[in-house]
Design a protein around this ligand. Structure first.
Ligand SMILES: [Zn+2]
Length: 495
């Protein structure tokens, strides 16, 4: 059945008395189900709407399954459901600031007086624009009887027994910047916190007081708009509240930042790394425009130290992903290292060479990367077919060997096919090493994970390895960086 949501304006439901069933009782109020609503049937009844006095426990007054007659006071067109409230026990309006409808409704002015203006909406509902709100409207836009006006719904005003309406009107007024303020916010995410900063400019205007303008996207605002600068601000007069005044600085053509053209989404381009931070690297994608590569797109490491693998000055190739709305530059996916930055006399970096960044990331190849030939033979030879962990020789004839060349940083994680990133293992140890059941610490001592929990034969034989020194050929070159990476990212450390 097609949703009636689009056809039915919420104004049609505004003020209606409907039946609601108490679904849940919380400390903050009641969650109720309203079967007659066309979209979401969930409503909230705040404790202050449900009771008149102080009530410790709403369960003493209401019961789940009880039917209440509720008056729909405010419908929220969002995913969480439509808010409703009881009319008879209403105490004060709370939701005006949350009202989400951005477009507003057209109304016609019926009366103007000291009380403000009465406006009749298309649905027949009459609401009031307060005298204060009316005083904010500039002379040139003053309301007369018969004029049409776009309004947003505010709180229910029980004194005049009609809703308060906020005129949707944008005015442009001159002002002076009197403060620029940078605040840092921490946004939680499942894995880690991400910080971002917001820059706001406080602008003093003559008729509208101080107005807060978000200028985060205007780079170097402090240089462009110093305190004391004269600016024009555009202010929306809907839901204008004395404690929450927001405006937007109108940029002159000369103030606007010219960004280059964002390359087409999906295209692979060569870019220069300009800045590396723990969570990613910024690369120049066009004039005045940097794109961001997430650190996991380059190297998988639980401790993001991207600067160890990718440096400013590196020339890399990237795939252009989408452009997020909150910043001008696109997201990028690392494809391959084209030319690492080196200055004269610099040694090849062991950490960088462990990861084969030059290997092109391809789609639909097992692990995404192609293996180099000859790697196995080189490793088996160097280790003389002996398992590094259990120490058993894996040769069963002149020609046949069970020994396997194991990557420490796996191939699928861009681990390079070099002897520094390899050890020789028997099939059982290889499996256990790749699963992270066994690792090698900095003292070349084997560590066995507590993941191995039972007393089976294989568990017992693996557990016996705990604390033993690894068996390495005399001329071994195994990289500790690689072994540390394995302990950090693959090994199951349950201790
Ligand atoms: Zn072994």
């Amino acid at each position: 059945m097609p949703s009636k949501y689009k056809e039915e304006s919420w104004y049609d439901w505004y003020g209606k008395n409907v039946e609601g069933i108490v679904a849940e009782i919380h400390a903050w109020g009641l969650e109720i189900n309203i079967p007659s609503l066309p979209v979401s049937t969930r409503g909230h009844l705040h404790i202050s709407e449900a009771t008149e006095g102080q009530v410790e426990n709403l369960a003493t007054l209401f019961a789940i399954g009880q039917i209440l007659i509720v008056k729909i006071r405010l419908l929220r067109k969002d995913r969480t459901g439509w808010e409703v409230s009881l009319k008879a026990t209403f105490i004060e309006a709370r939701w005006a600031a949350e009202f989400p409808d951005s477009s507003g409704a057209i109304g016609c002015v019926e009366r103007v007086g000291e009380f403000g203006a009465l406006v009749r909406l298309k649905c027949g509902l009459v609401g009031r624009v307060s005298a204060y709100n009316l005083s904010l409207i500039p002379q040139s836009h003053q309301l007369e009887v018969g004029a049409t006006i776009v309004v947003k719904m505010g709180k229910w005003d029980f004194e005049s027994n009609c809703p308060l309406l906020h005129p949707v009107l944008t005015v442009e007024v001159p002002g002076i910047i009197d403060a620029v303020n940078v605040s840092v916010h921490i946004k939680g995410n499942k894995k880690r916190n991400v910080g971002y900063s917001k820059t706001t400019a406080r602008v003093s205007t003559e008729s509208y007081g101080t107005v807060e303008c978000d200028v985060s996207r205007l780079i170097k605002i402090q240089e462009r708009f110093r305190i004391g600068s004269n600016v024009m601000v555009s202010i929306q007069l809907a839901g204008w509240l004395s404690w929450d005044r927001h405006g937007k600085i109108i940029l002159a053509e000369s103030d606007k930042i010219q960004y280059g053209q964002v390359p087409e989404v999906g295209s692979v381009i060569e870019v220069l790394v300009v800045r590396v931070v723990d969570y990613g690297a910024f690369c120049k994608v066009a004039d005045n425009l940097a794109g961001l590569i997430h650190h996991k797109s380059v190297i998988y490491d639980k401790t993001p130290e991207l600067g160890r693998y990718i440096r400013p000055g590196d020339l890399i190739s990237v795939r252009v992903l989408s452009t997020p709305p909150d910043r001008p530059g696109p997201s990028l996916d690392f494809v391959t290292m084209v030319k690492p930055y080196t200055h004269e006399g610099q040694d090849a970096d062991s950490c960088r060479s462990l990861f084969n960044l030059a290997q092109e990331k391809r789609k639909r190849v097992s692990g995404g990367f192609k293996r180099a030939g000859g790697f196995r033979a080189e490793v088996l030879d160097a280790f003389d077919h002996t398992c590094t962990l259990c120490g058993m020789s894996q040769l069963i004839s002149e020609e046949i060997s069970l020994a396997e060349a194991a990557h420490i940083v796996p191939h699928s994680r861009r681990g390079a096919d070099i002897i520094e990133n390899a050890i020789c293992l028997c099939p059982v140890c290889h499996w256990a090493f790749d699963k992270g059941l066994v690792g090698i610490n900095q003292d070349k001592v084997i560590v066995v994970s507590k993941m191995i929990a039972n007393e089976s034969d294989v568990s017992t034989s693996l557990r016996k390895l705990d604390g033993r020194r690894v068996v390495l050929p005399e001329s071994h070159k195994v990289s500790y960086t690689a072994l540390n990476w394995h302990m950090r990212n693959i090994f199951w450390d349950l201790s």
